[in-house]
Design a protein around this ligand. Structure first.
Ligand code: GDP
Length: 523
């Protein structure tokens, strides 16, 4: 197979959802279909096994959740599929956001009884900012669910996302009888294992389903199809590719039902790795020089060593173990001799890898999130990964001021790793910002265990952060409103913290000329 063919068969996607919607269950079923695992329960078991290996991940074990994430790869119908595992618990962190900057498409899992929930909205925003295709899987149809039309209206209302139904449920909960694939014109029967009915040219309006599903469900199905055919959004691949229209699928991850039509359509439409923007124009997957960027750094996978693992997404060229590349930020030459492919089961040393692969490279502290690595002579940088605004803030001090050095070093390294946002104010207090509470706990634990620095943290009463465009204001301190404060990030960029949305609105009303940014891009 040529390298081009290898690239074109690769698919990298992430699954986004609110906790408990069924992300883990769906991931597992996809891996089962792809033959990457043999038994259900493996994904959870793998997580548990990983916890046991690692020290600071003790926190995860106690909470039974996953803070870290890796890649699970499998092959299906000739495609090499990588699922980027994103932390799904309420205490998710910035990692979750960043991982989504490395994927080419996303699958959004929604609980059919609950509809779009809070965390889905946040994660959706990141995907929509990148204009990647978003596939919707509406899960748990084996239980009593919302009306499917209501589920689709919910996507439009809560996310502003128009959708088009590719599959459609027949009943739900106790009346659940199957899934209708509107494009293939087939019905998959729920209670009859492997039962598939080809509907023929008349579709649901013909007689193919007579006596096979209940008359009540058939009447509803026909009504709904009439409505969808007449008033629903029609299928438009171009709009799907641009993230402006979401193809919707229904099913039950737990019952492994509706997964096959979903997976097959998904792999048919999900894009292969595409071009990526850099400071020197676009890099194409077919460009010969090697290039890639680091989107995640994970510490202490192996507690016996202090090593870190940097996750690299390859954007052009071929990786071969031992190759020398330039780290654009510093201009330093780096030899990539220790590399690993991140798989569902075990990590293996990787000798070569192509565009669309994610590899882990060992790091002794050289890399930062967002770093570009390349073997071209030209100095290029991939578009920086945006920084997302934290919603929780803490002031932090070392308990023992004689250990201030360790404290500073630990804070700096954890900030570099992207574990947490670190700010300071005009009094040189260290202020931490996070999107999830767990990031603070991990921070405290790691500072104590890895840097021998015990800390005291006090929660601050702010929950909205905005970067200030310094070009639009003289001294921002002159404009502060009640219940707001000024801090600086590690690049000395000014950020305003507000107690709530109301104080932010108040500020914006009073100072319409000061430009505030929700996420920071170096555009
Ligand atoms: P996550 O937090 O999104 O990863 O959700 P999980 O995959 O861990 O699922 C949360 C709970 O919902 C678990 O108890 C699952 O067994 C259950 N669940 C997941 N999918 C389905 C489904 O299709 N039907 C039903 N009835 N339960 C499901």
């Amino acid at each position: 197979m040529s390298i081009l063919e290898e690239i074109q068969r690769r698919r990298i996607f992430g699954i986004i959802s609110h906790p408990d919607a069924g992300k883990t269950t769906l991931t597992e079923k996809l891996l089962l279909h792809g033959g990457a695992i043999r038994e259900a329960g493996t994904v959870k078991a793998r997580r548990n096994a990983k916890f046991a290996k690692s020290d600071w991940m003790e926190i995860e074990k106690q909470r039974g959740i996953s803070v870290t994430s890796s890649v699970m790869q499998f092959e299906y119908n000739g495609k090499v599929v990588s699922i980027m595992d994103t932390p799904g618990h309420n205490d998710f962190g910035e990692d979750t956001y960043r991982i989504l900057t490395s994927v080419d498409s996303a699958v959004m899992v929604i609980d059919a009884a609950k509809g779009v929930e809070a965390q889905t909205v946040k994660l959706f925003k990141v995907c929509s900012m990148r204009q990647i295709p978003i596939f919707t899987f509406i899960n748990k149809l084996d239980r009593q669910s919302k009306d499917p039309l209501e589920c689709m209206a919910d996507l439009e209302d809560a996310l502003g996302l128009p959708s088009t139904a590719v599959t459609w449920p027949i009943g739900n909960g106790l009346t659940f009888e199957g899934i209708y694939d509107r494009l293939e014109n087939k019905v998959f029967l729920y209670r009859k294992q492997n039962g598939v009915v080809d509907l023929g040219p008349q579709g649901v309006f013909g007689s193919a389903l007579d006596g096979i599903i209940s008359q009540a469900n058939l009447d509803i199905l026909r009504d709904e199809m009439e409505l969808l055919d007449g008033a629903g959004n029609s299928f438009d691949l171009q709009a799907i590719m641009e993230g402006k229209l979401s193809p919707v699928f229904f099913g039950s991850a737990l019952a492994d039902f509706g997964i096959t039509p979903f997976l097959e359509h998904f792999l048919q439409w999900a894009p292969a790795p595409g071009v990526r923007k850099t400071t020197k124009g676009e890099v194409k997957p077919t460009d010969e020089f090697f290039s890639g960027f680091i989107f995640k750094i994970q510490a202490n996978m192996n507690p016996a060593h202090r090593d870190r693992l940097a996750f690299l997404r390859i954007c052009s060229g071929t990786f071969t173990r031992g190759m020398t590349v330039t780290l654009s930020r510093t201009g330093k030459q780096m030899k990539l001799s220790q590399s690993t492919q991140l798989m569902a089961n075990e990590r293996e040393t990787v000798e070569t890898a192509v565009v669309g692969d994610i590899i882990g490279i060992y790091d002794s502290g050289n890399y930062q999130i967002g770093d570009t690595l390349t073997d071209t002579k030209e100095k290029l940088f991939f578009e920086p990964l945006p920084t997302f605004p934290p919603e929780l803030f803490m002031r932090v001090h070392p308990v023992n001021s004689l250990k201030a050095k360790q404290f500073q070093k630990g804070v700096q390294q954890l900030a570099q790793e992207g574990a947490i946002q670190v700010y300071h104010n005009d009094f040189n207090d260290v202020i931490l910002g996070a999107v999830g509470q767990l990031q603070f706990e991990v921070f405290e634990y790691r500072l104590n265990n890895e840097y021998n620095s015990e800390v005291r943290m006090e929660s601050l009463d702010y929950c909205v952060a905005r970067w200030v465009n310094p070009a639009t204001v003289g001294d921002i301190r002159d404009y502060l409103v009640a219940r707001s404060t000024l801090v600086y990030d590690r690049f000395e960029r000014p950020i305003l913290l507000f107690a709530n949305q109301y104080t932010l609105n108040n500020f914006m009303q009073k100072n319409p000329d000061i430009e505030l940014w929700e996420a920071f891009h170096l555009d």
